[in-house]
Design a protein around this ligand. Structure first.
Ligand SMILES: [Cu+2]
Length: 123
């Protein structure tokens, strides 16, 4: 019986984390959450980027955690030209992409064909 209760609490916690990081800000803009000086944001990749706009502060490291939830080859790579970084996104994995923005502005990121687009706003 107590095992069932513990499992239910665990499931509830997972549901809350998923809701908090992914579902509470669908598509729109998300401010990166700072953990130990690193600005972190979770981005779900599924027919687009969600959220598709992430707001960060200049001069501090950023870690974007991409979670690709589809098999569509269109989204298998994400490229952040302005920051000189790119990453392969295996389906289901959470892939961190790190960089430190130094100048204010809007910077696009996209899939390798430029069909899916998102934006990093550096303030
Ligand atoms: Cu594409």
């Amino acid at each position: 019986m107590s095992v069932i209760i513990v499992n239910l609490i665990g499931l509830g916690l997972i549901a809350w984390i998923v809701w908090y990081f992914w579902l509470s800000s669908p598509a729109g803009t998300a401010a990166a959450v700072s953990t130990g000086g690193v600005q972190e944001a979770f981005i779900v990749v599924k027919g687009g980027y969600s959220p598709d706009t992430v707001q960060v502060e200049a001069g501090r490291p950023v870690r974007l955690m991409f979670n690709r939830q589809e098999a569509d080859p269109c989204s298998e790579k994400v490229i952040l030209d302005a920051f000189g970084v790119s990453a392969d996104l295996p389906e289901g994995d959470i892939v961190p992409v790190e960089f430190t923005p130094t100048e204010l502005g809007d910077y696009e990121f996209a899939c390798q064909m430029g069909m899916l687009r998102g934006k990093v706003i550096v303030t």
